[in-house]
Design a protein around this ligand. Sequence first.
Ligand code: HEC
Length: 146
Amino acid sequence: MAFSVAGIIAATAASAETKASLVKFEITKGESIAHSLTGQQGDPVKGRAVAIHRKKGNCLACHAMPAPEQQFHGNIGPDLTGVASRYSSGELRLRLVDATIINEDTIMPAFYRNVGLHRVLKKFKGKTVLSAQEVEDVLAYLLTLK
Ligand code: HEC
C-alpha cells in the first residue's frame, strides 16, 4: 500500500527537470547537502504550497504537518512539526533530494532524482518530481518548523 503511494506520487507529480538538466550536488559526510541546489535561497511561502499540494510534494500523504486547513494528514512518516530543530538544513536538503541515500528501504519518494524511480509513467520518465528550486522552497518552509 505504502509503495503504491510513492509510485503514484512519482507518476503524477513528475514535473520538472530532465536528466540533461539535473543540477549537480555534493553529499558531505554521507548525510548532508550543504549548498543550495540553485545557488538561491528558497521561498518558504512557495515551499509550503508545494509541500501541501497533492500533486507536487504531497507530503501530507505520509506526514502530519502544521497545516490545520488541510484534512487527512498521513502517519506513515514522522510528524514534521519541529523538524528543523532535529536536523540541519543540509540534512533536510538531502532527505528531500533522495531519502534513499540515508535509508535505502524508505518509502519516501526521492524528490530530486530521475533514475531508478518505480512505476513512472512514460511521459514522466527521466524527470524529477520537484525542480531544484522547488526543493529549495520546500526546504525553506521546513526550516520554519522549529
Ligand atoms: C510515501 C510517503 C512519504 C511521502 C510522500 C513523504 N515522506 Fe517524508 N518520510 C517518510 C517516511 C516513512 C519517513 C521516515 C524515515 C525513513 O523512512 O527513512 C520520512 C522522513 C522524512 C523526514 C525526516 C523526519 C524525521 O523526523 O526524521 C523529513 C524531513 C521528511 N520526511 C520530509 C518530507 C517532505 C517535506 C515531504 C514532501 C515534499 C515528504 N517527506 C514526503 C515518508 C514520506
